[in-house]
Design a binder for this molecule. Structure first.
Ligand SMILES: [Fe+2]
Length: 207
C-alpha cells in the first residue's frame, strides 16, 4: 500500500517524507513523548494516502481547480481514513490522516472542528503540511520564497494554526538558521524503508 502511494507521483512521495520529518521536529520541540514523536513521523508518511483515490487530472492540473474539482480533492482525508481504519494496527495514524486540513479557527475541512478539539498530531502536521506545500514547486504555481512562507506561518498562529505549534515552528526556524541545515532528530526516525517502518510500528502498537 505504501509502495502504491510512493509510486503515485514524485511530488506526493517527497512531500510526505518532508512533512513527516518536519512534523517530527515540531513534535520534539513541543515535547511530545518519544512514542508520540515516532507515531507522528509515520502518520506524516501516510497522511495523503487518500490521494490514491483522487484522479491525476486534478492532482497534476496546471490551471486553477474549479470549485467542484477542489471539493473532490478535499475528500482525500476521509478517503485516507477509510483506507487505513480497516488496518487495526495503524489506528494511531488516523487523527493525523483525517484532520490535517482542519484549521484552528474552525474554517478547515473535513469536519470544521476548531482549537484543541483538533488532535495535537493533526495540529502539528497542519503546520508542516502547509509550510512544505508553500515552499514546494507545484504544476500550477511557482515556488514561494522560503522567507515569505515562514512569515505566513508565523502570522497565522491563532488563526489558521495552533499558536503553540507556530511557536515551535519559530524555534525550529531559529535553530535551522543557526545551524544552516535542516536535520531532524534522526535518533527518532525508524530505520529501514517506509514499508518496514510501518510494519514495525504496527507490530509495536499491536502488542
Ligand atoms: Fe493533505
Amino acid at each position: 500500500m505504501i509502495s502504491s502511494l510512493q509510486a503515485r507521483d514524485r511530488y506526493t512521495r517527497r512531500h510526505c517524507e518532508r512533512v513527516a520529518k518536519l512534523s517530527l521536529d515540531l513534535a520534539v520541540i513541543y515535547e511530545l513523548s518519544h512514542e508520540a514523536c515516532q507515531e507522528i513521523y509515520l502518520a506524516g508518511i501516510v497522511h495523503d494516502i487518500g490521494k490514491m483515490g483522487i484522479p491525476d487530472s486534478l492532482l497534476l492540473k496546471e490551471a486553477a481547480l474549479t470549485d467542484a474539482e477542489y471539493k473532490t480533492v478535499q475528500k482525500h482525508p476521509e478517503i485516507g481514513y477509510r483506507i487505513l481504519e480497516r488496518l487495526g494496527h495503524l489506528q494511531f495514524v488516523l487523527p493525523g490522516v483525517l484532520y490535517h486540513h482542519e484549521r484552528w479557527d474552525g474554517k478547515g475541512y473535513p469536519h470544521g472542528i476548531a482549537g484543541q478539539t483538533i488532535p495535537i498530531m493533526a495540529r502539528i502536521m497542519a503546520v508542516a503540511d502547509a509550510y512544505d506545500a508553500m515552499t514546494s514547486c507545484r504544476p500550477y504555481r511557482q515556488t514561494m520564497p522560503v522567507e515569505k512562507a515562514q512569515q505566513i506561518v508565523v502570522a497565522g498562529g491563532g488563526e489558521q494554526w495552533d499558536p503553540d505549534v507556530v511557536e515551535c515552528f519559530s524555534v525550529w526556524l531559529g535553530r535551522r538558521r543557526a545551524t544552516k541545515k535542516n536535520s531532524p532528530d534522526s535518533s527518532l526516525i525508524p530505520n529501514h524503508s517506509v514499508v518496514e517502518q510501518i510494519a514495525k510500528a504496527a507490530k509495536v502498537v499491536s502488542r
